[in-house]
Design a protein around this ligand. Structure first.
Ligand code: PLP
Length: 625
């Protein structure tokens, strides 16, 4: 099914099998048997891990780390670059313990380290120290406690860099390192003047809130020299913004960073490390274009561009090649996670039964509407559209004044809907669709109610209009007969998805299958491993979903390596300061009052209290019983 563009955005990890199910595969040689996601979902359900759930594929994460490191290694070897690449994973992109541990364990073979942006993240990074060649890069504002922790790790031989955000911070670092007698490793974050395309363009440019001005950079060198610590200044840090879709921006950013690097060498700093931050994009649309949710380059091209630009800029200045560092978060973790959920219900926009003639005693507008319905054709559709809305609204007006019945109103709405459906079917034959009718198919599309919370699991869709590939994970051998938008479980009008990336372009509806009675219909939202898991919130008190980490074997079998049950209702209530035990006691008093007043028996009281206790322990999402 080319309908959903899986071959373009799936990056070789996701495809469709002959049973019409999405399958996952990590390139491990010739005889690899892909695994159907539907099989995994069934395995989850058998283990009482209900939908919605985040499914993480461990091998995909490993493969991404390998791809990044090996691609840099190839570019370095091919270009004759005389130093190495050392990646660091920015913890903020996915702080979940098992993701971080996997990156530390698997990444060790490449000396892949971590980037920390806060004290809590530094503590995570320090707890994962494995070898003295993996870097820890500390960004963000740092207090004395933060700095002491980093200095202690340095004393134990680990390469922990403090990247300066301000001159004030430099003074604290100088003071703490002199007090503890530990020499720090210092980096400076430059403010790039390169304006990049995409959503995060404000991370760079003169008004970026990050980084030191050019004057402040020189002052850092001066103050370090005055403190006798200029030898500590070893890294230049530059971050253009996340999801940089245009390779030309990457090249310009690296070029500018190299000039700063050279300037600091000239100022007498030893340097040695060039950290180019994040920005390596993910092609969420599979469109290979320079648009916000896509990218116009491949991983290999990204690495070659960086390596070449550094060489071309520093070689003429006879400056030694630095260790190349990058902080790729999105491109490392996005592919390995997906959100899976079932559809609970569908509301279609089909009218009820429409009589051939107006029922006795109905308002005159019903007869007019029936006449309009008869008349719809390619010549009169615009007039019919106007008339149908007019007669429907007139009927509603009569209803407000008590001069039309509820039955009249229902019939008027149904006939109007039938007119709209007929017009909608005519639209594809028209040479030009009037602007007014452009969104008709969206207005008439189905609403699929999904068992998930957009705010908890896909916050970027709500916050920044992020696009993720979304599709059914089964029944893909069948032509989908319906078009719909998705609504989540929250009672919020923002809890909907009505922008979908499909091979033909952006669409306001997603092709979906009609629900089969007694059968679950599962959808997957893909490439959600970056940023979504901890940015999510408790809107309507929907908590963390179940999470399953799966490792797939070449023979098509798979292991549930970790499983985590999502928040119970008691968990989420305690996050907003309720005390579940106290709530039980309050509700017990309510039930006891009802016994006293003769409303319920003592036995009923017991059943009701048991239901209350069971609910507290239950999943916050819709549960199958
Ligand atoms: N490094 C820094 C300093 C960042 O601010 C970010 C995120 O914006 C990243 C790395 C990660 O970027 P990305 O996810 O695009 O790789």
């Amino acid at each position: 099914s080319a309908l959903y563009g899986i071959d373009a955005w799936g990056a070789g990890y996701y495809s469709i099998n002959e049973r019409g199910e999405v399958q996952v595969q990590v390139d491990q040689g010739e005889n690899v048997v892909p695994v159907s996601l539907l099989d995994i979902v069934q395995g989850m359900r058998a283990r009482h891990l209900d939908m919605p759930a985040v499914l993480r594929i461990r091998n995909v994460l490993d493969h991404r780390i390998a791809a990044l490191n090996e691609s840099f290694a190839r570019a370095i070897a091919a270009g004759g670059y005389r130093n190495v690449y050392r990646g660091v994973f920015p913890i903020k992109v996915n702080q979940q313990c098992h993701v971080i541990e996997e990156i530390a364990d698997y990444g060790r073979r490449y000396h892949h380290g971590f980037e920390a942006g806060s004290k809590a993240e530094l503590i995570i990074a320090l707890s994962q120290l494995r070898d003295t060649e993996s870097l820890v890069v500390c960004n963000g504002y740092k207090d004395a406690e933060f700095i002491d922790l980093g200095l202690y790790a340095r004393r134990m031989g680990y390469p922990v860099f403090f990247v300066l955000e301000s001159l004030h911070e430099l003074r604290v670092i100088i003071e703490r390192s002199q007090a503890l007698g530990i020499a720090p490793l210092i980096g400076v974050r430059m403010r790039s003047a390169v304006k990049v395309d995409g959503h995060w363009s404000q991370d760079s440019g003169d008004r970026s809130i990050f980084g030191l001005s050019t004057t402040a950079l020189l002052q850092v060198a001066e103050e370090l020299r005055a403190a006798g610590m200029l030898d500590c200044l070893q890294m230049l840090h530059c971050h253009l913004g996340s999801q940089v879709p245009n390779i030309r921006n990457v090249r310009s950013g690296v070029l500018e960073a190299c000039q700063f690097y050279a300037g600091l060498v000239e100022a007498g700093a030893p340097m040695g490390y060039l950290d180019l931050g994040g920005g390596l994009a993910v092609d969420y649309e599979g469109a290979s274009t320079n648009t916000t949710h896509s990218m116009n380059y491949q991983l290999d091209e990204y690495c070659v561009n960086i390596v070449e630009t550094v060489q071309e800029t520093l070689d003429p200045l006879a400056i030694a090649h630095p260790v190349l560092v990058s902080e790729s978060g999105r491109a490392t973790v996005a592919y390995s996670s997906m959100l899976l959920f079932n559809v609970l219900d569908v509301r279609d926009c089909m009218p009820g039964t429409i009589p051939a003639t107006a029922p006795e005693g109905s308002t005159e507008f019903i007869a007019h509407l029936l006449e309009v319905l008869e008349r719809v054709d390619a010549d009169s559709y615009q007039e019919c559209y106007n008339d149908a809305l007019f007669y429907r609204d007139e009927t509603r007006e009569l209803f407000h004044r008590g001069q039309a019945s509820l039955r009249d109103r229902a019939l008027a709405e149904d006939i109007c809907l039938a007119v709209m459906q007929r017009i909608n079917r005519l639209l594809p034959q028209l040479e030009r669709v009037p602007a007014e009718l452009e969104s008709l198919s969206e207005q008439l599309s189905d609403i699929y109610y999904g068992n998930f919370s957009l705010f908890q699991s896909l916050p970027d869709i709500w916050a920044i209009d992020q696009l993720f590939p979304i599709m059914p994970i089964h029944r893909l051998g069948e032509e989908p007969q319906r078009e719909g938008i998705l609504a989540d479980l929250t009672c919020d009008c923002d809890g909907r998805i009505d922008k979908f990336t499909l091979p033909a372009g952006l669409s306001s509806t997603l092709p979906m299958h009609a629900l089969n009675a007694g059968e679950d219909y599962y959808l997957g939202v893909f490439l959600v491993g970056a940023y979504q898991e901890t940015l999510g919130d408790l809107h309507n008190l929907f908590g963390d979903t179940n999470v399953v980490n799966v490792s797939i074997n070449p023979d098509g079998s798979y292991d549930f390596v970790r499983e985590f049950h999502g928040d119970s209702i008691a968990d989420v209530l305690s996050y907003v300061e309720y005390e579940p035990k106290h709530m039980q006691e309050q509700f017990r008093r309510v039930a006891e009052g009802a016994v006293r007043s003769g409303c319920i028996s003592v036995e009923e009281r017991q059943r009701i209290l048991q239901a209350f206790r069971d609910s507290l322990q239950g999943y916050t999402y819709f549960e199958h019983h």
